[in-house]
Design a protein around this ligand. Structure first.
Ligand SMILES: C[S@@+](CC[C@H](N)C(=O)[O-])C[C@H]1O[C@@H](n2cnc3c(N)ncnc32)[C@H](O)[C@@H]1O
Length: 266
């Protein structure tokens, strides 16, 4: 698909090694397991849109249970892989910021899993969230996950230069610490960060910076979008808590699942 050629992240998601990585038959993350268990009785009547479907990790678990299923991704290589692997389901190349192929209020459940939305800058993120809301029916469910800004000290620590017993490991630490600080030069002055983009080493720095947001700030973003019934769970948790739970502001998990609902028509 044209229009993304200059986007480093998009080029990375088109490359065969990254397609193979996301095509592994991995299981659901813990919050997704909770979600699937809760939705199972009603999925059969739900039209589902799976954005940033990658190699179809979530297709494997959700598609056959939904009333209808459409997986989209802006990587043509990911979509080709999904079509080959799951011929019974519908897939299309589409950017989350421009979901023209999906009609207004035509979905009951929109999923953008595994932090795919974090590849967008703040403006792109707002556009994608607005698109997700647009395609939802009133009462429909929006689910995505996003990197947690509270986890950034652990990322900084991961890239701290360390002397190891082996010269090879020491040189490796020197290299990646250098790359990290070359790309995130002002990060120490921006911390603690409420929301912002960070090069965190994903795909060995073959992607552009990723958006990190503190969970309470992410919840406020959803409120501004007009979403209701917001609940969140850290990626290591099976339990969702209300979006106004004060513990969320300090949640230490690497990433957070956000579940919210488009209001019913008054
Ligand atoms: C981290 S991978 C996750 C893949 C899959 N959802 C999973 O859970 O394994 C992120 C996916 O989002 C896709 N993606 C990133 N930005 C996108 C955008 N703006 N529109 C559509 N897809 C996008 C990438 O091509 C990639 O397949």
């Amino acid at each position: 698909m044209s229009g993304f050629a200059s986007d480093l992240t998009h080029a990375t998601y088109e490359s065969p090694d990254i397609v193979a990585l996301y095509a592994r038959p991995d299981g659901l993350q813990k919050p997704e397991e909770t979600l699937l268990a809760q939705l199972r009785p009603s999925l059969g009547s739900m039209d589902m849109l799976d954005i940033g479907v990658g190699g179809g990790r979530t297709t494997r678990h959700f598609a056959r249970l939904a009333h209808s299923y459409l997986g989209v991704d802006y990587s043509a290589a990911m979509i080709a892989r999904c079509k080959a692997e799951f011929p019974a389901f519908r897939f299309a190349v589409a950017d989350a910021r421009r979901l023209e192929l999906v009609a207004d209020e035509s979905c009951d459940f929109v999923l953008f899993s595994y932090n795919g939305i974090d590849h967008l800058d703040a403006r792109g993120r707002r556009t994608a969230l607005a698109e997700m809301r647009r395609v939802l029916r009133p009462g429909g469910l929006m689910v995505f996950s996003s990197h947690n800004a509270n986890y950034l000290p652990a990322i900084v620590d991961r890239f701290r230069f360390r002397v190891h017993a082996s010269l090879r490991e020491t040189l490796r630490s020197f290299k990646w610490s250098g790359v990290f600080w070359a790309k995130n030069g002002l990060l120490q002055y921006r911390m603690p960060l409420a929301a912002g983009r960070v090069h965190d080493g994903t795909h060995s720095f073959r992607s552009s910076a990723l958006y990190y947001v503190r969970p309470d700030v992410g919840v406020a973003e959803l409120h501004r979008l007009g979403m209701v019934d917001i609940v969140c769970a850290g990626n290591e948790s099976r339990e969702f808590v209300p979006g106004d739970d004060p513990r969320l502001a300090h949640d230490p998990n690497p990433w957070i699942y956000y579940v919210s609902r488009k209001p019913e028509r008054a």
